[in-house]
Design a protein around this ligand. Structure first.
Ligand SMILES: Cc1cc2nc3c(=O)[nH]c(=O)nc-3n(C[C@H](O)[C@H](O)[C@H](O)COP(=O)(O)OP(=O)(O)OC[C@H]3O[C@@H](n4cnc5c(N)ncnc54)[C@H](O)[C@@H]3O)c2cc1C
Length: 370
């Protein structure tokens, strides 16, 4: 099968490897140089679903030593003053042996490893261009061209779009009092706030705030920004230094009503985009890749590829829908400071703390997907 992939971000690049593995010839279109692709300042939470995909492609063993595992995920509700902890023991038995609830990965390391892998695969031909390929030359075209997908615009593929009235701020900080193997998800009335371990005392903070508050924070000096962070961090954890300039970016929710248009198949952020709370973004994108490669590998579809886009679209719908709704609910939960919601919040926390079965269900859904 001849496949074109438009976009060589983390989704398109992994799709190229995975589809080449499934026996396809792949032309990988990208408008940016490898250096530009690598030099993005982002940090991802890696779940067990991504671990399994990387493992099956032989990339995991190269990456593992560069990832930071965490054994504790602390979810703290500031308004209720309650905390629930997810542990390795809450994972299913197959994931427990990896001794981590999840891993934290820096973009540069992930992208470099994946590009290195691509360079060793003969079946992948990289084409440096921004021209959208013609369907006559390919059996299928994979649109991995990100949230501003030109392909989606060209075909006017309908989607649900929501601009959160929030901005995300990320920065690397040195913290005192936090363990290097624990991550935090803090539910604060301004918006969720995540603290992810990067090794030793170094942590990535991902803080969502109202546009008004973030605009104010943008004008703060580094030391005043540190003071602000110290007011949100859990009791006993203090910020020492900010390592880099904080980065600000808007947050959107996007959900395509269909994940294909004719021969064009949408994967990754061209199909969906979620709030960074919960660290689901990249993992959801990579599950698209796994689903598409699994379908392409079925012998029946080798000569009947016209069915693939539709089958892919219906196969991905439920996982993407559910995780998008769960992620969005977490944002709304965090910001719901109306009294009536406190009863619901208290109940949710009580159930999560008391029932290990529910805790396991929630963690396993978030880490494995559907
Ligand atoms: C500022 C920012 C910060 C983020 N931080 C986090 C985070 O902390 N944690 C997290 O999990 N997720 C984060 N995300 C989301 C995460 O980056 C994405 O989930 C992930 O990169 C996968 O996206 P993708 O490969 O689908 O799209 P992208 O990474 O956007 O890749 C799309 C690629 O397509 C290329 N392209 C576009 N149009 C064309 C064309 N016509 N021809 C050729 N090439 C084309 C682009 O150059 C780009 O390389 C962040 C996103 C942004 C924008």
């Amino acid at each position: 099968m001849n496949i074109a992939i438009v976009g060589s971000g983390l989704t398109g690049s992994l799709a190229a490897i995975s589809l080449a593995n499934a026996g396809c010839r792949v032309d990988l279109y990208e408008r940016l140089s490898d250096d530009e692709l690598v030099n993005r300042d982002r940090t991802y939470a890696i779940t067990h679903s991504s671990r399994k995909i990387l493992l099956s492609l032989g990339i995991w063993s190269h990456l593992q030593s560069h990832l930071v595992p965490f054994q504790y995920l602390n979810v703290i509700d500031y308004e209720l003053n309650k905390k629930v902890q997810f542990l390795v023991n809450d994972l299913d038995i197959f994931n427990q042996k990896y001794s981590a609830v999840g891993w934290i990965a820096e973009h540069k390391i992930l992208m470099l490893s994946i590009l290195e892998f691509i360079s060793k695969i003969d079946k992948i031909n990289k084409i440096p261009t921004s021209v959208i390929p013609n369907t006559n030359n390919y059996d299928l075209i994979v649109a991995a061209d990100g949230s501003n997908s030109a392909i989606k615009k060209k075909f006017k593929t309908p989607s649900f779009n929501l601009n959160y009235d929030q901005i995300c701020i990320t920065a690397r900080v040195l913290l005192r009092g936090a363990k290097s193997n624990e991550a935090f998800e803090i539910l604060n009335s301004e918006g969720p706030f995540a603290v992810l371990p990067l090794g030793g005392d170094l942590f990535q903070i991902i803080c969502s705030q109202s546009i008004a508050k973030a605009t104010l924070n943008k004008s703060l000096s580094k030391s005043l920004f540190l003071d602000y962070i110290s007011t949100i961090l859990p009791y006993g954890i203090e910020p020492d230094t900010i390592i880099d300039e904080p980065t600000y970016f808007p947050i959107k929710f996007v959900f395509n009503y269909s994940f294909f248009s004719g021969k064009y198949i949408y994967v990754g952020e061209s199909a969906h985009k979620v709030h960074p709370v919960g660290g689901q973004g990249l993992n959801l994108c990579w599950r698209d890749v796994k689903c598409l490669s699994d379908i392409v590998s079925i012998p029946f579809f080798k000569n009947n590829y016209t069915f693939i886009p539709f089958l892919y679209s219906i196969s991905r719908f439920l996982d993407v829908f559910l995780i998008s709704i769960l992620t969005d609910s977490l944002v709304r939960y965090s910001r719901s400071n109306v009294n009536i919601f406190f009863i619901v919040r208290t109940l949710i926390f009580l159930i999560l703390r008391k029932s290990s079965i529910i805790r396991k269900q929630v963690l396993n859904l978030m880490t494995n997907g559907l």
